[in-house]
Design a protein around this ligand. Structure first.
Ligand code: MN
Length: 270
């Protein structure tokens, strides 16, 4: 099995080496990650300038840095290596819980894998100001999660958050009831106004959510999907008289007409 490893903290983050160490017991590993930190870069791709792969030394791993985003690294890493089965992203130094999935570069790398029809799994863990996470303590749980997920081939996109001292694993849903982003106003040394986009602590974790799991020392494993369609809203909207719903019959006719149009264009004088 070919496993591509990436992250959003940058190729030299200790979290990526910890993840690669576990992954190496499951298959062939290659690290392709951003050259500098890309936390909160979400799913941006670099479309206005070229990007490059450059060899770096990360233990004994085959490793490269890219002057791009986490999503770039997955696209480039899988394109150049080929036949990648699995993309692992992390271990992010900081949690990615609830609505943080909208901002997370760690999860975006896993999403990019899912878009390219591979499997993507993101790993994150909280950090304290003073010390690095104890990766040795997390490794057996990462191994267990991988064993679980590799058995179930239908889960293509999964978000995993590991508490500092795990006591077990729980399947969870996203805690989307609250948002922790906030803007803090301050002054620069010249007295001019500046603003920091930062987070505020949340409480009231709903049982069964990712935030609840990590707060209670469970490893949170959340299966996700790419289709953001609001099914209930769409079902209701389809009954509105103002906009006629496309019936399967009309859709077939439209598609046939569109196909003919394209064919005619191909046969045309140009
Ligand atoms: Mn990060």
């Amino acid at each position: 099995m070919r496993i591509l490893i990436t992250n959003d903290d940058g190729v030299y983050s200790p979290g990526i080496a910890a993840l690669a160490n576990v992954a190496a017991t499951f298959g062939d590993v290659r690290i392709v990650a951003p050259d500098v930190e890309q936390s909160s870069a979400s799913h941006a791709i670099t479309a206005t300038r070229p990007i490059r792969l450059k060899k770096v030394v990360i233990g004994n791993f085959d490793a490269y840095r890219v002057n791009g985003t986490p999503a770039d690294c997955v696209a480039l890493g899988t394109h150049t290596w080929g036949n990648v089965d699995l993309v692992l992203s992390g271990i992010n130094l900081g949690p990615n819980l609830g609505n943080a999935v909208w901002h997370s570069g760690t999860l975006a790398a896993a999403k990019q894998a899912a878009l390219l029809r591979m499997r993507g799994i993101a790993f994150s863990t909280p950090i304290s100001e003073i010390k690095e996470p104890n990766f040795a303590r997390l490794e057996p749980y990462i191994r267990k999660v991988l064993e679980l997920l590799l058995k179930d081939k239908t889960m293509c996109l999964v978000n995993v958050n590991l508490p500092e001292k795990p006591k077990g694993i729980r399947w969870t849903r996203l805690a989307v009831g609250q948002y922790d982003g906030k803007v803090v106003a301050d002054k620069d040394p010249m007295g001019r106004a500046i603003f920091w986009f930062t987070v505020k602590p949340l409480n009231d974790e709903v049982e069964g959510t990712d935030r609840w799991a990590v707060a209670n020392r469970w490893v949170s494993v959340t299966p996700l999907r790419l289709d953001l369609t609001a099914e209930k809203d769409l079902a209701r909207a389809l009954s509105y008289p103002e906009v006629p719903a496309m019936t399967p019959a009309t859709r077939r006719k439209t598609t046939a007409r569109a196909r003919k149009k394209v064919q005619n264009r191909r046969l045309g004088p140009e």
